[in-house]
Write a protein that binds this ligand. Structure first.
Ligand code: NAD
Length: 288
């Protein structure tokens, strides 16, 4: 069993991006600049945005964090997005989700200029991705594709089961892995909360991507020998440590790992790769 080390792979890619930034700077170019909007005080969101800012600093990007209280109006938020859309100094914009319930996430996503939508959530980018055109691909699926690529994992002709059909993970993942590309060319089955006898599907899978947010869902008896298992799930549970919590994946690692050819750990697997794709997309946005 080989552990797919997302942390080490992400560090490699950060070094590659930092070299590109050095070159841009030495040639007198503009440093890529990512803006993030954070609304409210959600603890997990603050942590994620903090990680993104830190990653920007590590590769030499500029980053700007705009924080607003949870009672701002939708209109106010849309006006801030419009300002950033028209700010030539800023290359990429992300709005950390979830937003307070009185603000429409769909409206906010659609308000971001697709050329600055480095999260790849705008319908224009999603549509282009589905058609296999150049686009900003949403962070987690891109990170997984890159991890498969860097470990040279054969995907062509493989049976792949994705568990979860969300717009940010399961659905784009299924699309990317079914495309005529490398990694890709898989025969994809997308399972979800209404799937009957899910185990029947996972037992046939050469590659499983678990993205449902149910800790320890994928058990040893649901996986065939030699499978590649990608664990996207991150559920915070209270723990007696410094941070007060720990992260649990969707895969029951101790049971599943001995059967796998490759598996991602949680933490240190998909998570660090997700942040990298934001950096990569911001670099592309800046180069444009
Ligand atoms: P979501 O809640 O939007 O979607 C979950 C999906 O799982 C749904 O499509 C649902 O149909 C399916 N599902 C739920 N229960 C199921 C069951 N019992 N059997 C089969 N399918 C079931 O979640 P999401 O945003 O796609 O995130 C999924 C998980 O991945 C969460 O734990 C989230 O925190 C994590 N996540 C991690 C990263 C990362 O960087 N590592 C990024 C995004 C999401």
């Amino acid at each position: 069993m080989i552990l797919l080390d997302g942390k080490a792979t992400a560090d490699d890619i950060k070094r590659e991006i930092a070299l590109v930034v050095d070159k841009i700077v030495s040639e007198g170019g503009k440093v890529p600049h990512l803006a993030a909007i954070l609304v409210g005080e959600d603890g997990a969101s603050q942590t994620y945005v903090g990680h993104k800012e830190k990653a920007c600093a590590q590769v030499g990007f500029r980053s700007t964090l705009l924080r607003f209280p949870s009672d701002i109006s939708e209109e106010f938020l849309l006006a801030q997005i419009d300002k950033i859309n028209n700010d030539n100094e800023i290359d990429g914009l992300i709005v950390q989700l979830p937003l307070p319930p009185h603000i429409s996430e769909q409206k906010v996503t659609e308000a971001i200029d697709p050329s600055k939508d480095v999260d790849g959530f705008h319908p224009v980018n999603v549509g282009k991705m589905v058609l296999g055109l150049q686009s900003f691909v949403s962070a987690t699926p891109w990170g997984i594709i890159e991890l498969l690529k860097r470990y040279d994992i054969e995907t062509s002709g493989k049976n792949c089961v994705i568990i979860g059909r969300s717009n940010i993970v399961g659905r784009p993942m299924a699309n990317l892995l079914s495309q005529k590309s490398k990694p890709g060319d898989c025969t994809v089955t997308m399972c979800h909360s209404r799937t009957k006898d899910l185990r029947e599907h996972t037992l046939k899978a050469d590659i499983i991507v678990a993205a449902l947010g149910v800790p320890g869902f994928l058990k040893g008896d649901m996986v065939k020998e030699g499978a590649v298992v990608i664990d996207v799930g991150i559920t915070r549970v209270k723990a007696d440590n410094k941070s007060g919590f720990r992260l649990i994946g969707d895969v029951l690692f101790d049971e599943v790992a001995p059967k796998c050819s490759y598996i991602t750990p949680v933490p240190g697997g998909v998570g660090p790769m997700t942040i990298i794709s934001l950096l990569k997309n911001t670099l592309i946005a800046a180069e444009k």
